[in-house]
Write a protein that binds this ligand. Structure first.
Ligand SMILES: [Zn+2]
Length: 410
């Protein structure tokens, strides 16, 4: 009886997945109000904007919280708004600030309002990321593609360290003590108490499931990819389709003379048959900036996926839609940080900045066959794409858990 109701309801109001780019700025550069990297992947009923069963945020760079607020997602809310309007999990690709900078902003807001927020929002949010990785890092800026003798330092990248620092500002400023004195019902540790860190071993040989909602048939898997140590790419499988978050991945071989593509081999496997792939890209114009001023460091250039190689990967993997994000440089930017952007037609002179068409044209250069042709979306903040609604089989509807049944029947 219940299953029949569900099926009837789903025909009118099916479950769907929506992918929203919450920030498309590439790297720590500040430009024209763009938020830094982040992608929201949600799953729920069409009538709820595909939200409410799972609202998963992948990276949370500068400005993410503002972008989320523009689409109704908040760290603290009244009870009636919680299932569709709150993040349920946060996944981090790597420990670069343009991917993590708003985590403390999010946790601070969650902590401030937690005593009066809806009950689900008073609990800490799960954050998923690599365990600490200690590795050799070579000195940058010594010379392009510096020799092995360049300065080498052991560095530990630590997601736990990042989260532990979330209370640092309010502790240092005295606001933590002030706020606790005003309202002792706030958690005493401050914003850090609003997060639960779930770490997993970083490795690039095996795909591993890092979070699973078996009641709703959702899995999030991770595999290590090259960019900096500890960097992961993710695949999210829903009953209605799959989304892959490449992050800032690049090929494991950093030397451009010893590889055929700047794209990650692990990402190629991970993206197999995915409905939507979101990936950082760099335009080859960044290799030529020395013609117009300071040269963009080649080690920075080669640790990103070039737009053309993303096109090849998307086609080889059979991806239906590739969304470009974290673009270096941003569309329309005549300069990117300290680097002047050359004219795309004549790299010896400064140009007006790249267009959406310039990026698409570059991606298409990577296509090697007439079909299948992936749809290419050149990202801008809050650009979204929905996986086409599909009617679930009865077997799947019976697996919806209690909370989503409630959502479903509203
Ligand atoms: Zn990075």
């Amino acid at each position: 009886m219940f299953a029949a109701v569900c099926v009837a309801a789903q025909e009118e109001d099916p479950l769907c997945v929506e992918v929203t780019l919450t920030g498309t700025g590439g790297g720590p550069v500040l430009y024209n109000g763009l938020a830094a990297h982040g992608t929201l992947v949600t799953y729920g009923l069409k009538s709820k904007k595909c939200r409410g069963v799972a609202n998963l945020q992948f990276d949370i760079g500068r400005g993410t919280t503002l972008r989320l607020s523009e689409i109704g997602m908040q760290p603290a809310l009244p009870p009636a708004r919680t299932p569709e309007n709150q993040l349920t999990k946060i996944f981090l690709t790597h420990m670069h600030l343009d991917h993590t900078e708003d985590l403390s902003t999010y946790l601070r807001a969650k902590w401030l309002f937690s005593p009066v927020a809806a009950a689900p929002l008073q609990a800490p949010i799960d954050i998923f990321c690599s365990k600490d990785v200690t590795s050799e890092v070579r000195g940058l800026f010594l010379a392009p593609m510096q020799p092995p003798s360049a300065r080498v330092t052991n560095v530990t990248t630590s997601c736990q360290g990042l989260v532990a620092a979330a209370s640092a500002e309010v502790t240092g400023s005295g606001e933590l003590a002030q706020r606790l004195a005003e309202r002792p019902s706030r958690k005493s540790g401050g914003p850090v108490d609003m997060a639960t860190v779930n770490t997993f071993e970083w490795q690039n040989e095996n795909l591993k499931i890092v979070w699973e909602d078996s009641a709703n048939n959702i899995t999030v898997s991770a595999i290590g990819t090259n960019h900096i140590p500890g960097h992961n790419s993710y695949r999210i499988d829903f009953p209605v389709g799959s989304v892959v978050i490449g992050g800032s991945s690049s090929n494991d071989i950093s030397d451009p003379n010893n590889r055929t593509t700047s794209a990650s081999d692990q990402l190629l496997a991970l993206a197999n048959g995915a409905d939507i792939l979101v990936q950082s890209v760099i335009h080859p114009i960044m290799k030529d900036t020395g013609n117009t001023g300071a040269a963009y460091p080649l080690d920075f250039f080669y640790r990103q996926t070039q737009a053309k190689d993303l096109g090849a990967l998307a086609q080889q993997a059979g991806v239906k839609t590739a969304m470009l994000s974290h673009m270096i440089p941003a569309v329309g930017a005549p300069f990117w940080g300290a680097w002047t952007i050359p004219d795309v037609e004549n790299p010896t002179v400064a140009g007006p900045g790249l267009s959406f068409r310039d990026y698409k044209r570059e991606v298409r250069k990577g296509f090697v066959s007439a079909s299948p042709i992936p749809k290419i979306i050149v990202g801008r903040d809050l650009k979204s794409r929905t996986i086409p609604h599909r009617i679930l089989k009865v077997a799947n509807t019976q697996n919806l858990n209690a909370s989503s049944r409630r959502v479903h029947l509203l």
